[in-house]
Design a protein around this ligand. Structure first.
Ligand code: DGJ
Length: 324
């Protein structure tokens, strides 16, 4: 039984590194969990499970070594940055912001956060979108795209860009029942959320269809659909510290969103939304309990709680047991 807020381990005994992540139920019947893995040289890891309790490590699916293939002009195509001797001396560690000697070069990592993966029926590709930063600060505010032919193979990195020139930080993907996909990300220095409808191959933004919660500083968006309505969970913007989660609802992804209402307690039970998993008619909230910045990242855990409804309003209550 997985306990909320405790470190979880994969079936090999390794700590499960899948933060800010996303679960995809594949046609092979496995749940694939993708998320941030900040170990040296790694960006995104993938685990799979049939029962959501026992997680098999499947691989580091995006790393400093991933193959690259541009898919549009003016993308940032580097998966690492060169560092000089001074920076190397200062930061060289095997930890989170590791600056490492790799293939005879001194390199620093870029920063990849909140990776999400959808399967595109049209192209037969697994498409990843994530938040891309230069590895030093949060000024790039870009969206990264990578693809793979299998759910857990080595993803090909296609670069990072600013959708229609906009800033793009905390993000999520949502796939509607008809296959239309949306990318939702924090823009304007986190002031607004942007909702983009994606092109049918999920490789680009097609149209900016909404800018909800203007000047409300929402982060960590997670979208799901229930009974024909679209629900969005999000947090406020307080770095790695948790805050009061909120929810909102809309009749369509490009429609008007309701006012934000409280979700969970004043710290969302010490968590920030990662995603909502829908299983057997249940909506399941998955949140990150961040250990914090730097090496503290490795003490980050997860909480998994069933979303219930009262008078049509979603809510969660804390339970020690993971709800899946
Ligand atoms: C909150 C975001 O939700 C995280 O993904 C991360 O970007 C931290 N801020 C960084 O402070």
């Amino acid at each position: 039984m997985l306990e909320n807020g405790k470190l979880w381990y994969d079936t090999n005994g390794g700590v499960l590194h899948a933060h800010g992540g996303h679960i995809l139920l594949d046609k092979d019947g496995y749940y694939y969990w993708y998320g941030e893995d900040r170990r040296a040289g790694v960006y995104v890891s993938c685990y799979r499970s049939k029962d959501l309790q026992n997680w098999e490590f499947r691989g580091h699916v995006l790393t400093v070594d991933s193959p690259t293939q541009p898919c549009r002009m003016r993308t940032k195509l580097a998966l690492s940055r060169d560092v000089d001797d001074a920076e190397y001396e200062k930061y060289s560690t095997i930890g989170v912001n590791a600056v490492i000697e790799h293939r005879g070069k001194k390199i620093g990592k870029i920063n990849v956060e909140r990776p999400k993966v959808l399967y595109c029926e049209k192209t037969g590709k697994y498409v990843m979108w994530a938040h891309y930063e230069n590895g030093k600060d949060y000024s790039d505010a870009a969206a990264l795209i990578a693809t793979c032919d299998t759910p857990d193979g080595e993803f090909v990195y296609h670069g990072a860009f600013n959708p229609f020139g906009h800033m793009s930080r905390d993000c999520t993907l949502f796939k509607d029942e008809d296959g239309t996909a949306y990318f939702i990300s924090a823009s304007r220095d986190n002031l607004d959320l942007h909702i983009y409808r994606l092109t049918p191959d999920y490789m680009n933004v097609a149209k900016l269809v909404g800018t909800p919660f203007q000047a409300e500083l929402r982060e960590a968006p997670a979208v799901y659909k229930k009974d024909g309505k679209y629900y969005m969970l999000s947090s406020w913007c307080t770095g790695w510290a948790p805050n009061q989660g909120k929810w909102a609802v809309a009749d369509s992804m490009d429609g008007d969103w309701s006012l934000l209402e409280d979700f969970g307690d004043e710290t969302t039970f010490d968590s920030q939304p990662a995603f909502v998993l829908q299983k057997d008619g249940r909506d399941i909230y998955v949140g990150d309990r961040w250990g914090g910045n730097g090496e503290k990242f490795f003490t980050s855990t997860y909480i998994v709680l069933e979303i219930r409804y009262k008078d049509g309003k979603p809510y969660i209550e804390f339970d020690e047991k993971a709800a899946w």
